[in-house]
Ligand binder design. Structure first.
Ligand SMILES: NC(=O)c1ccc[n+]([C@@H]2O[C@H](COP(=O)([O-])OP(=O)(O)OC[C@H]3O[C@@H](n4cnc5c(N)ncnc54)[C@H](OP(=O)(O)O)[C@@H]3O)[C@@H](O)[C@H]2O)c1
Length: 260
């Protein structure tokens, strides 16, 4: 995820590569990042943090505590601390580095790797509205950003965090449908992907309700209503709603261990 952010920032010319300071414990990975993106490699987390305006915590959730303890003496109120660690509440971060620090919590998703992420951000500690705006601008380099209350972070995890996997499953299943009806897998998948991208853009650009757009392609007694009837009989709507609810609930359970 950190690499996706580096790529996005550089793609947008948002920052000079050497102004991105990376702390990466694996030497081969550090060399790869340095060679690929011309970023500056710090020898450790201390030196990565002490000259930074913005500190991005992009380690696995179970490593966050160790990293916070390591950098707590370096972090100042002049720096913006941005955590993308899933399930780690802002209170956990302020507990370790102080609630006078400016904290942004964000939840990106994997399409950030291709600049099409869905990102939710919220603020805590002593973060200001300006910090929130700066975080929005920062994350817009890897997708589209929304501002939320931290209470909604588990719902975001269950929806857009886990969402790419739901969509991959739908792509795979629709492709299988095309294959069953005699199309080659390549052609079927290509048609499915274009249908998903095109339909999403229609919702985005027309401003119309998806139900209205659905009605516009559903002629009386036609093929589409016949297909839709099968989807409704299979409970697709309830299954998708239940999936988001269950994933949100699971995110709540998993984040319990990170309550300070
Ligand atoms: N991937 C996603 O879809 C996604 C979505 C939303 C949020 N997130 C969050 O993003 C964070 C990173 O996820 P990821 O998938 O990018 O994980 P990842 O690929 O494992 O990246 C974590 C990086 O942190 C490095 N690291 C480990 N210990 C460190 C330490 N003590 N100091 C500095 N760096 C250290 C790792 O190095 P090594 O490889 O050498 O261990 C690795 O390069 C997680 O907290 C996750 O919850 C991820």
């Amino acid at each position: 995820m950190a690499e996706a952010m580096i790529k996005g920032l550089l793609h947008q010319n948002a920052i000079a590569p050497n102004h991105i300071i990376v702390s990466e414990p694996r030497k081969d990975r550090a060399t790869f990042l340095s060679n690929s993106y011309r970023v500056t490699i710090a020898s450790d987390n201390h030196s990565a943090v002490n000259t930074a305006d913005m500190v991005i915590l992009a380690v696995k959730p179970q490593v966050v505590k160790e990293v916070l303890k390591e950098i707590s003496s370096e972090v100042t109120v002049d720096q913006l601390i941005v955590s993308i660690a899933a399930g780690i509440p802002i209170s956990f971060i302020t507990y370790h580095i102080g609630d006078d620090k400016r904290i942004i919590r964000a939840m990106p998703n994997t399409p950030a790797q291709v600049g099409e992420g869905a990102i939710a951000v919220c603020c805590g500690g002593s973060a200001t509205q300006q910090d929130l705006s700066d975080a929005e601008i920062f994350f817009n380099c890897i997708g589209a950003t929304v501002v939320i209350n931290e209470d909604h972070m588990d719902a975001v995890t269950g929806l857009s965090g886990s969402g790419p996997a739901y969509i991959f499953l739908i792509i795979e299943a629709l492709t299988d449908g095309g294959v069953k009806m005699g199309l080659s897998r390549d052609i079927a998948q290509s048609l499915v992907i274009r249908t998903l991208i095109g339909s999403s853009r229609m919702v985005l650009e027309s401003g119309l309700h998806p139900g209205q757009l659905k009605d516009m392609v559903t002629s009386p007694g036609g093929t589409t209503i016949t297909g839709l009837h099968v989807l409704e009989t299979g409970g697709i709507r309830a299954a998708l709603i239940d999936a988001v609810e269950a994933a949100t609930q699971r995110s709540r359970e998993l984040s319990q261990v990170f309550k300070p």
